[in-house]
Write a protein that binds this ligand. Structure first.
Ligand SMILES: Nc1ncnc2c1ncn2[C@@H]1O[C@H](COP(=O)(O)OP(=O)(O)OP(=O)(O)O)[C@@H](O)[C@H]1O
Ligand SMILES: Cc1ncc(COP(=O)(O)O)c(N)n1
Length: 266
């Protein structure tokens, strides 16, 4: 079985972070492993508090996995502080995994800062250049390229600027613009639009986490980056279409909808 490792924060509510990543890995047919960078006390409504994990333990989790188990792809989510960014970047430089998908998580749906402002520069300097793919949403891309993105035309310009930060490829997610959620894939040579249909739901907690983990899982299974992104976009669209009305805020997506359908589990 192919494997994928998530390096991210824990979401006690189960819809985003490590919990979403492991579900997305399993649903996409790879063995999931995890390195926890921070523990959040969180539900569908809010992030109540955050405890960053000690850098030594973060490094040791990464070493424990890489020293023993083959890692076919890595997905990175919440990195919280500059020290966490640097610890993770240093460890990944040592092990040099082939595929690193970085979701530059900054602010939760409820508006809580999951990446300290001081960590943005560290992310740009240390983490983005190591990444095979980065998957910013519109507000994250605006912070990274320091300009407004209001239209699909702006997305094209921003993708070029994002690539200059040093990642090999970009998936700029269009979910935050008006209209249909169209994402832009750019590999430095070609642009490809991945067209989506907007699903009217408030249950979109963890969509970015789930999408980036599905990309990592598909890369682990040997798909090309573009194929991995196309399959992941199909997967997240189904997971949002059948999202779960749990909690009083933004509910989670249904990570296992297709498998449950096939197995007749309701
Ligand atoms: N209402 C929706 N209907 C269909 N697809 C959507 C919808 N909202 C977002 N998407 C898609 O879901 C994926 C995740 O995008 P989104 O922009 O929500 O990421 P995000 O803001 O990083 O997510 P999160 O921060 O919740 O983890 C993208 O492919 C996007 O186009
Ligand atoms: C631990 C963790 N990681 C990532 C997110 C982003 O997800 P969302 O934007 O849907 O709140 C989150 N809320 N919590």
């Amino acid at each position: 079985m192919k494997t994928a490792l998530t390096i991210a924060g824990s979401d006690s509510g189960g819809g985003a972070g490590i919990q979403a990543d492991l579900k997305a890995f399993s649903a996409n047919g790879v063995f999931g492993m995890s390195v926890i960078t921070a523990v959040t006390a969180q539900n569908t409504q809010e992030v109540r508090s955050v405890q960053n994990i000690d850098n030594r333990i973060i490094r040791e989790q990464i070493e424990a996995v890489f020293d023993d188990i083959p890692v076919d792809a890595v997905k990175i989510g919440m990195l919280s502080s500059p020290a966490t960014v640097e610890t993770v970047a240093q460890a990944l430089k040592k092990y040099q995994p082939n595929q690193i998908v970085l979701d530059p998580v900054m602010v939760s749906k409820g508006g809580h800062h999951l990446l300290q402002d001081e960590a943005i520069q560290s992310l740009i300097e240390h983490m983005i250049p190591l990444s095979t793919m980065i998957t910013p949403n519109i507000p994250e891309a605006e912070v990274l390229v320091k300009r407004k993105i209001d239209t699909e035309e702006d997305m094209l310009t921003a993708s070029k600027a994002l690539l200059e930060l040093g990642a090999k490829m970009i998936l700029l997610k269009g979910g935050h613009l008006q209209g249909n959620p169209n994402d832009l894939f750019y590999d430095g040579q070609y642009f490809h639009w991945l067209h989506g249909e907007r699903i009217e739901t408030k249950n979109t907690h963890g969509t970015g986490c789930t999408l980036s983990s599905a990309i990592a899982a598909n890369l682990a299974k040997g798909h090309s980056m573009f194929e991995a992104v196309k399959l992941a976009k199909q997967y997240i669209s189904i997971a949002i279409k059948h999202s779960l009305d749990l909690g009083h805020g933004h509910g989670p997506t249904h990570h296992f909808y297709e498998l449950y359908e096939k197995a007749n589990l309701k």
